[in-house]
Design a protein around this ligand. Structure first.
Ligand SMILES: NC(=O)c1ccc[n+]([C@@H]2O[C@H](COP(=O)([O-])OP(=O)(O)OC[C@H]3O[C@@H](n4cnc5c(N)ncnc54)[C@H](OP(=O)(O)O)[C@@H]3O)[C@@H](O)[C@H]2O)c1
Length: 328
């Protein structure tokens, strides 16, 4: 099987590996002001660093993080892990949420241009770099008129050499279209996995020449074989907020999700794939613009997920069969 190992970051023309790595989990613990966990529980920074370096060795050249993951910690760990190899990769981060680094607490959000510039400066410092390759607005539901101002500000950042391209992290195609009006808008980041299709967003990416950066490609672990909620009370999946689907009450996964995943298991694990590799293969088969960014917390997960590239996309027939099995 196999496939072209690179994809293009939309209109930017920047080549990236067809698989990116998502750096939310490696930020470690952080929380909302009311105590709601926003991280993935405890992580071992040294293992995170080893996993990032293993990913580099396996040909991964695209990393997605956010200033707020671990309240700055994910950016710091990623910057440290990359070290001198920073220029071998394409770095994506996000801004818009306000947090306190010392208490690791999310304190609010800020859509002002002044804040965006401060946030960018802080991300550059934590990542130990002089530019961000893809700068992403993290406020998914922001008023489009306010976002248009930030899009224009991003054009200024591009001309100042502080960023190369930008995107909006949103599940709303109408909002993504507002950002797409900017010359250097290269992508949209949105949820996509075999359980949660996004046909309208993929159509927009096709029309506008954007890359489709796919968050939650493994349904936050369910498509990697997880069947129960995590034991770590600092893990967001142990107390799922309303938008987090599939983890039921946090103790046990939603039985309907598990039944649907079980129905797809045979197809997803075809050609010797693991379930996670099949879930990534579905995303690549869905559109030539997709770039899944699975999260990871260990060398073993990094190796298994990177191994999906060799297995390549599922076939068109398999996609049709999956739609039939899910009655969609
Ligand atoms: N608003 C936004 O912009 C937004 C929102 C969400 C995510 N994102 C981005 O998208 C990335 C990925 O999405 P996601 O974090 O929602 O989750 P995901 O990629 O769907 O799932 C990742 C989780 O699944 C487990 N896992 C990964 N590979 C595995 C393997 N091979 N075997 C077994 N378990 C495995 C790991 O958790 P455990 O080992 O703990 O189970 C890992 O943290 C994030 O890191 C972030 O960069 C962005």
């Amino acid at each position: 099987m196999g496939m072209e190992i690179t994809r293009t970051l939309g209109r930017s023309g920047i080549d990236i590996s067809a698989l990116g790595f998502g750096c939310w989990a490696i930020g470690g613990e952080w929380q909302a002001a009311d105590g709601q966990p926003l991280g993935w529980g405890k992580v071992d920074d040294e293992e995170s660093v080893r996993a990032v370096r293993r990913a580099l060795d396996l040909g991964i050249t695209f990393f997605d993080t956010a200033d707020t993951y671990g309240a700055g910690h994910s950016e710091r760990v990623l910057g440290r892990a990359l070290g001198k190899r920073r220029d071998d990769v394409v770095l994506a981060t996000k801004w818009g949420n306000v947090f306190d680094e010392d208490t690791r607490t999310l304190t609010g959000s800020d859509h002002t241009p002044e804040y965006a510039r401060r946030a960018l400066t802080a991300s550059l410092e934590r990542l130990d770099t002089d530019h961000i390759d893809l700068y992403q607005l993290h406020l998914s539901d922001l008023d489009p008129a306010l976002a248009a101002e930030l899009r224009d500000l991003c054009e200024e950042f591009v001309s100042e050499g502080l960023i190369r391209a930008y995107a909006w992290s949103t599940d709303d195609p109408a909002r993504a279209a507002v950002f797409a009006e900017g010359e250097h808008c290269a992508a949209v980041q949105h949820a996509l996995n075999v359980m949660q299709d996004a046909p309208e967003m993929l159509a927009l990416c096709e029309e506008s020449g954007l890359a489709s950066i796919n968050r939650s490609p493994l349904a936050m672990g369910l498509l990697a074989g997880k069947r129960q909620g995590p034991k770590d009370a600092g893990d967001i999946r142990s107390r799922p907020p309303a938008w987090l689907q599939g983890f039921g009450d946090g103790a046990s996964a939603d039985p309907q999700w598990l039944a649907r995943i079980d129905a797809l298991k045979e197809i997803l694990t075809s050609e010797g794939r693991t379930l996670a590799q099949g879930a990534l293969g579905w995303i690549w088969a869905r559109s030539p613009r997709t770039v899944p960014i699975p999260g990871f917390r260990s060398v073993a997960q990094a190796e298994q997920n990177a191994g999906a590239i060799e297995k390549g996309p599922l076939t068109a027939d398999q996609l049709t069969e999956i739609n039939r099995l899910l009655a969609r």
